[in-house]
Design a protein around this ligand. Structure first.
Ligand SMILES: [Zn+2]
Length: 299
């Protein structure tokens, strides 16, 4: 029986500061222990190396994450710094890279990692310490000759990622957001849309995928940033009218698009935050929708 490997380790939740981005992976892992999803197996990833980080980040920023100084740089993600911050970030990025490598071999894989797309060369931003999508994409481009698509459906724009991949000739970005945070001017190999009207959301995602298929080369891999902060109950990013049903359809659409074109896909959790309108259980349930949909089904 084939199984889908989902990358997670306790190092993902190592940071002392308790915030969704530093705890959510553990909540989802606990949920899977209590209520397993058939044929989904958790596995610990190898952390990315500092050399891999330096493909996209500045040495001074890496040093700040290692030492905590200067304080403003070490906390530029907006999360508090502690001695576990760098180790946590290296493992989180390792989850994305491991999922990408496994997807290339087996068709689909994922990671419980989040906080991956706002960090820039010399600083973090928006709960993102290192840019795991850009680090993984650059590293994976070394092991495949093909083109790699970063599909970012987090509520917020992926301006950090864009700044770190835009000069690579085989890295592409399709970014549909519902918030202008981390907005940017898309360059070559990038389509970016900001949707402010829920009924247009799925149509926009569909249109962007169709455009990618019509105008862009075939892809060897899709890295999917499956943000749940688009949900109407999420107070950081949510769009009124975007409910569970529409997000389920989104996950179905993306998985079908990849599967029908035989594009291996590796997904990460991305945004999604507990608030007075979104309980922890409800948030975990939203992320489990991605896990439920993106599974190997070649039995
Ligand atoms: Zn977000």
């Amino acid at each position: 029986m084939p199984f889908t490997t989902l990358y997670y380790s306790d190092q993902f939740v190592l940071a002392k500061e308790g915030f969704d981005t530093t705890r959510k992976a553990g909540w989802i892992a606990d949920s899977l222990a209590k209520h397993p999803i058939s044929n989904v197996r958790l596995e610990g990833p190898v952390p990315v190396t500092e050399a891999q980080v330096l493909r996209v980040h500045a040495p001074a920023y890496l040093a700040a994450l290692r030492t905590g100084e200067p304080h403003a740089t070490a906390t530029s993600s907006t999360l508090a710094w502690d001695s576990g911050t760098l180790t946590m970030a290296l493992h989180v990025c390792g989850g994305v890279l491991a999922a990408g490598k496994t997807a290339l071999r087996k068709g689909v894989s994922g990671t419980l990692a989040s906080g991956l797309h706002h960090a820039k060369r010399d600083r973090g931003a928006g709960f993102c310490t290192l840019n795991g999508l850009a680090i993984a994409a650059h590293t994976l481009a070394d092991v495949t000759k093909g083109h790699i698509l970063i599909l970012d459906l987090d509520a917020h724009c992926g301006g950090g990622t864009h700044s770190l991949i835009q000069n690579h000739p085989r890295l592409w970005q399709l970014d549909v957001s519902v918030s202008p945070y981390d907005d940017y001017q898309p360059g070559k190999r990038c389509v970016k849309e900001i949707v402010t009207d829920a009924p247009k959301y799925l149509k926009t995602v569909s249109r962007c995928l169709q455009r990618a298929e019509a105008e862009w080369p075939e892809f060897a891999l899709c890295l999917y940033n499956a943000g749940m902060d688009v949900h109407q109950d999420c107070q950081i990013g949510g769009l009124s009218g975007l409910d569970d049903f529409l997000i389920t359809l989104r996950e179905e659409m993306v998985f079908q698009w990849c599967r029908e074109r035989r594009i291996p896909v590796a997904y990460a959790m991305a945004g999604g935050y507990v608030s007075s309108t979104l309980t922890r259980n409800a948030l975990v349930s939203l992320h489990r929708m991605t896990l439920e949909r993106f599974r190997r089904d070649d039995s």
